[in-house]
Design a protein around this ligand. Structure first.
Ligand SMILES: Cc1ncc(COP(=O)(O)O)c(C=O)c1O
Length: 360
């Protein structure tokens, strides 16, 4: 049993590659997984030496507390190939920090930043052929930390595994989306875990998601729990609206009040909008305010941001009996410009003045 040390090279158990025959410019989200995964175990208060090994099933006891009580937190980030052939990571430190905020909320140990980042870089270097060609998608990266304790006592766990695996994908949403304002369910509530990423945040959203899809919508627009008045998030994305005020455009997004995930893409979109000279307000946004702006012709754009989709335009918001149909994407300026710059910086087409991108 060797303990993890930041200086040590990560041992590799090579997989027989499954890449041949896969068209990386046309692959659905989460349809095939890259050859390797990183795995590290935590026992007796310390991290053991990580290993890069073939992607495949894990051995877990049925009593493992990840299965019984959902002791799992995760992250999502992307690596992208540029036209120079290089593969780049986008703001991976933010994901390392957010994973640890999530871990602390569930009384789990931190993953040391060098274990997260060096493990991630080694994995991406090893499987870099899996990154789709420039302009045709990205490699999605899923780090997760979960408990392997064999115990059905409800108590903080002692043994954990940290795993990172990846997969190529072409697009998350192919077209602008229609969203349905949630009327029965809430995603997060004050004092809960809405501002971090435990696996347990996601399972309770699936019924609302299925109902929205059955009615022809692509995602749920989540409202706050206590009042059911304020927009919080859009599916698994942060929400933005563009309103026209006295001839100028303003970007609005809900402020991070503890029930909203601080998205890395959200933060980047706000920075880019300000860089482009736009005013950005981070504050509560009532659905009624959106309805009012729409009625007055001031609601110019709405969009969601997140790692997988980058930025997806919203074309229709359904709220009870009301249908807010938004201007066509061709008539929009803010969302398309932010999307373009986000993609250009992440792929190395635009110089990175923000220090967001790292080549592996
Ligand atoms: C609930 C939720 N909101 C927003 C986001 C967007 O966050 P990011 O931009 O860091 O991917 C995600 C994805 O991680 C999410 O799960």
């Amino acid at each position: 049993m060797t303990h993890w040390s930041a200086q040590a090279t990560i041992p590799v158990e090579r997989a027989v590659s499954r890449l041949a025959g896969i068209d990386l410019s046309d692959v659905a989200f989460s349809a095939v997984f890259s050859d390797h995964m990183l795995m590290a175990e935590y026992r007796d208060g310390a991290w053991l030496e990580p290993v890069l090994r073939p992607y495949g099933p894990l051995a877990l006891a049925p009593s493992a507390s990840v299965i019984q009580y959902g002791l799992c937190v995760f992250e999502g980030l992307k690596a992208q190939r540029g036209s120079d052939g290089a593969v780049r990571l986008f703001r991976p430190r933010e994901n390392a920090a957010r994973l640890n905020r999530s871990a602390r909320r569930l009384a789990m140990p931190d993953v040391p930043e060098p274990l997260f980042l060096d493990g991630l870089r080694a994995l991406i270097r090893l499987d870099q052929e899996w990154a789709p060609p420039a302009g045709s998608g990205a490699l999605y990266i899923r780090p997760c930390l979960f408990s392997t304790d064999e115990s059905v006592r409800v108590k903080p766990a002692e043994r954990f595994a940290f795993v990172i695996f990846t997969f190529p994908f072409s697009a998350y949403y192919a077209a602008p989306v229609d969203v349905l304002v949630a009327s029965r369910h809430v995603r997060a509530f004050p004092g809960g875990t809405g501002d971090v990423k435990p696996a347990g945040n996601y399972a309770p959203t699936l019924l609302a998601d299925r109902e929205a899809r059955a009615s022809g919508f692509d995602a749920v627009l989540w409202l706050d729990g206590p009042e059911r008045r304020y927009v919080e998030e859009c599916g698994v994305m942060n929400f933005f609206a563009v309103i026209e005020e006295a001839g100028a455009l303003r970007l609005l997004t809900p402020d991070l009040g503890g029930t909203i995930l601080p998205g890395v893409t959200r933060d980047s979109a706000i920075a880019l909008a300000r860089d482009m000279g736009l005013d950005v307000d981070e504050r509560r946004i009532a659905v009624d305010e959106l309805v009012e702006h729409h009625r007055a012709g001031r609601l110019r754009e709405c969009f969601g941001t997140g790692t997988a989709a980058t930025l997806v335009h919203i074309q229709r918001i359904r709220h009870g009996e009301l249908d807010l149909v938004l201007p066509p994407v061709e008539a929009r300026t803010v969302g398309p410009a932010i999307r373009e710059r986000l993609m250009a910086i992440a792929s190395g087409r635009e110089p990175d003045r923000f220090g967001w991108v790292e080549t592996v």
